[in-house]
Write a protein that binds this ligand. Structure first.
Ligand code: AFP
Length: 325
């Protein structure tokens, strides 16, 4: 069934923008695997209460968090679609302690780091949640092992995320190009609805858990106070949903380090790096409060990082206050 309203489909976009121009060999199949997986996940998300798929599995993940049924469903679904693409050499996943290494040699392969379902605490209350993906190209002739996944964010060739909200939107970023595709549920295809996304210069919003303010250090409290005095608070508690709003409307997201979380709460490889890549390609910035997220040389697959993300000027101003400037 054709897409409603004569929109360009994600498939057509990939063909015209990549394949016909001989760019990103195999990446198109990886993105279509993400699109396919997210169609299955969004279906399960929307039906979860009816399908008895709400609640916890009783298992805990490598972070010591209780695994929700939808966390497991999303993780299994994306591992399956990504490996079936034939272009994924390895996967690092929030829900899986060790990397998943593809069998056999995947020549023009990609390495995908993913948070298959971000915002788990919002699943049971019908609040927007999402999936996040960072994509690196396998080094030529490399025999992939666990260490192959520990690459800095600035080596990503692409990043993508999906928001399961009032509509299902897939945002795809490559060098200097960020586009949004909305799922047309009638045809089951993603349609290009947001070409050439740039973070607006205006910044009406700040997103942070104000409940953590009491455990922030002095300079970080001053930085948050500055945001509070200048912008309106919007905080969903799902990073992907807060980031998506700020990407389209302008805004800054801040989850700094605090007394309880010296390394921050969010994960570097499959939350901060992919969204940092999207933000930078859209004219924004991503920092720990002290350094550029994308320049961090990772030590562990599941390491955490403080994250300040959004409008470039506002991120830089916030960082300068945190540094005590
Ligand atoms: P969950 O996936 O455990 O709900 O965590 C969501 C998250 O990683 C990110 O999406 C939110 O921005 C952040 O944590 C919310 O953390 P707080 O609940 O501490 O505000």
């Amino acid at each position: 069934m054709p897409i409603a309203g004569n929109h360009t489909s994600l498939q057509e976009y990939i063909s015209s923008e990549w394949r016909e121009k001989g760019r990103y060999d195999g990446l198109g199949d990886v993105i279509m695997a993400i699109a396919d997986g997210s169609c299955q996940v969004q279906q399960q998300v929307r039906q979860s209460a009816l399908a008895g798929a709400l609640g916890a599995t009783g298992e805990t993940n490598v972070h010591g968090e209780i695994v929700q049924h939808l966390d497991k469903f999303s993780s299994d679904t994306f591992v399956e679609t990504l490996l079936s693409s034939g272009h994924v050499a390895a996967i690092g996943c929030e829900e899986i302690e060790k990397p998943v290494i593809a069998e056999g040699d995947v020549s023009d392969g990609y390495i995908v780091l993913m948070d298959p379902l971000d915002g788990s605490s919002n699943i049971d209350v019908a609040v927007s949640i999402g999936s996040i993906f960072g994509i690196w190209q396998k080094k030529p002739g490399e025999t992939v092992n666990d260490a192959s996944l520990l690459r800095p964010g600035n080596e990503q060739v692409a990043a993508a995320y999906v928001v399961y909200g009032s509509s299902t939107v897939l945002v795809l970023a490559t060098k200097n190009n960020v586009c949004g595709f909305t799922l047309d549920s009638a045809s089951g295809s993603f349609a290009l609805t947001h070409p050439g996304i740039k973070i607006p210069a205006d910044c009406p919003y700040y997103s942070t858990n104000e409940g953590n303010n009491k455990v922030l250090d002095k300079s970080t409290q001053e930085a948050i106070t500055l945001l509070r005095n200048k912008y309106s608070l919007r905080y969903v508690g799902s990073l992907v949903a807060d980031f998506h709003r700020n990407l389209l409307k302008g805004g800054i997201f801040a989850y700094p380090a605090d007394q309880n979380r010296k390394d921050g709460r969010l994960r570097l490889m499959y939350e901060a790096n992919p969204l940092g890549f999207v933000a930078e390609q859209a004219g924004g910035a991503a920092s720990t409060g002290y350094e550029r997220i994308m320049d961090i040389v990772p030590q562990q697959l599941h390491q955490r990082t403080p994250l300040i993300l959004g409008n470039k000027d506002v991120v830089e101003e916030t960082v300068s206050v945190i540094k005590g400037g």
